[in-house]
Design a protein around this ligand. Structure first.
Ligand code: UNU
Ligand code: FES
Ligand code: FE
Length: 436
């Protein structure tokens, strides 16, 4: 109770206690209070288009088998045999008519029903009702415009309600093109020494761009202007979600590019599919980047040089593997109706920048590990980090009041160098952490 009060008090003052970041007790509470109850991204419909196609994923420590059944429906099961609990299917992806356990050979169909028991009639006989021993379904599965989410809490609010104001921004990617988005390549996975909250925050923190990603300035890929990534709007959405709408500005040298450099033949389609307000944002934006509470982030940037500009939708889940470890799972998504050559070029652009070995990704990875390293000592037990933008001079500079004229939902500020998104994220984190 005393700890709860002191954390609450810190958050109200725009502070975050540094020890909380990687404290093992806090981590265990986060698991029960947050990861057991929130919507978690599992994958995209385009990964399992045909009956029998499956992928295996994780919700923290729960292995999940995500499969399209014979009727074309998406099913998610605990990827564990009901006999002795073996991790049933260990491939990342594939296509099967049924799943057979490697231990004693029980097999299950695409609906999770137990259909075969080795020597079943001889050793179990009539008494055993196979219906009782099917795969155990993940309590909730819902799809939003191709993105497949699951929730371990049967009582959780519906996915669309949870996405809330954030949906409007996701729709700019998910809804702009006929046929929606599709996954290209396979999602890449890698492990980093980081805390899941800090990496989630990183995606609503454009303030780091000109320092961490300094090499892009030195290579002449982005302007020197220290305020470069601040132009546009930072938006705090309900349920802890946040988004940065980074635009070019006459103050930065970057030239405005319409619809993020997507091929001109696609423009009439965007204009048909999006609302006037969404187009107003999409037309001018350079980078859309954000975090969906608690641990899904996305980056929808503009990449390349004059005449060769690419845009893609990179979605990540930061799967906690402990207070100081995260498995990243990163999907590359692209408009299904974009020209094939464009898709391939954009994919290469992603691999070189925000892929696991991409130059920009490595900048961030090293920083995240250093944050973790410095959060475990004695000194930080009574010290807090700075998320303070109450003053006109700290982070909020001259634009601390929300911009009522911004066309999108949520609370929008007319700069991206504000801590309102990170603070909204912390506030919702605290609300969930302390909920009865
Ligand atoms: O480099 C990033 N991950 C990033 C860029 C995050 C937020 C805004 C811009
Ligand atoms: Fe931000 Fe050091 S300047 S962490
Ligand atoms: Fe970064």
């Amino acid at each position: 109770e005393e700890t709860r009060k002191s954390i609450e008090n810190s958050l109200e003052r725009g502070l975050f206690p540094q020890w909380v970041l990687t404290d093992p007790d806090i981590y265990n509470i986060e698991m029960e209070q947050i990861f057991l109850r929130t919507w978690q991204l599992l994958g995209h419909e385009s990964e399992i288009r045909e009956p029998g196609q499956y992928v295996t994923r994780w919700i923290v420590n729960d292995p999940v088998l995500l499969v399209r059944n014979g009727g074309g429906e998406i099913k998610a099961f605990l990827n564990s045999c009901t006999h002795r609990g073996v991790h049933l299917c260990t491939a990342d992806a594939g296509k099967k008519k049924s799943f057979t356990c490697p231990y004693h050979g029980w097999s299950y169909n695409l609906d999770g029903d137990l259909i075969g028991i080795v020597a079943g009639d001889k050793i179990y006989g009539e008494e055993m009702d196979k219906k009782d021993w099917g795969l155990r379904p993940i309590p909730r599965v819902e799809v939003y415009k191709g993105l497949i989410f699951a929730n371990l809490d049967p009582q959780a609010m519906p996915l669309e309600e949870f996405l809330g104001e954030f949906r409007w921004y996701l729709d700019i990617m998910l809804g702009r093109s006929d046929g929606g988005m599709e996954v290209r390549g396979v999602p890449q996975r890698w492990v980093v020494h980081a805390n899941w909250k800090m990496v989630s925050e990183n995606f609503v923190d454009p303030y780091h761009v000109q320092t961490s990603h300094r090499s892009t300035v030195e290579l002449g890929m982005s302007p020197e202007d220290p305020l470069y990534a601040s132009y546009g709007h930072g938006v705090a959405c309900n349920h802890g979600h946040g988004i940065c709408v980074i635009t070019s500005s006459p103050k930065s040298k970057a030239r405005p590019v319409k619809y993020q450099g997507l091929p001109q033949e696609m423009w009439p389609m965007f204009e048909r599919n999006l609302t006037k307000e969404q187009l107003e944002v999409f037309e001018k934006v350079k980078v859309l980047v954000g975090t969906c509470f608690p641990n899904m982030s996305f980056n929808c940037p503009l990449h390349g040089n004059e005449g060769h500009l690419y845009n893609y939708f990179n979605v990540r889940v930061w799967r906690p593997l402990g207070p100081d470890k995260v498995e990243v799972i990163s999907w590359f998504l692209i408009d299904q109706s974009a020209p094939e050559q464009y898709k391939e070029d954009a994919y290469k652009g992603y691999i070189g920048s925000f892929g696991p070995s991409g130059t920009l990704e490595q900048d961030d990875t090293e920083i995240w590990a250093r944050v973790v390293q410095a959060s475990k000592g004695f000194m930080v037990r009574d010290k807090s980090l700075n998320y303070n933008n109450f003053s006109n001079y700290l982070m909020g500079y001259d634009h601390v009041a929300p911009d009522e004229t911004f066309p999108g939902p949520g609370v929008a500020y007319s700069t991206n160098y504000v801590d309102f998104m990170t603070r909204g994220y912390h506030d919702y984190w605290f609300e969930m952490l302390t909920k009865e």
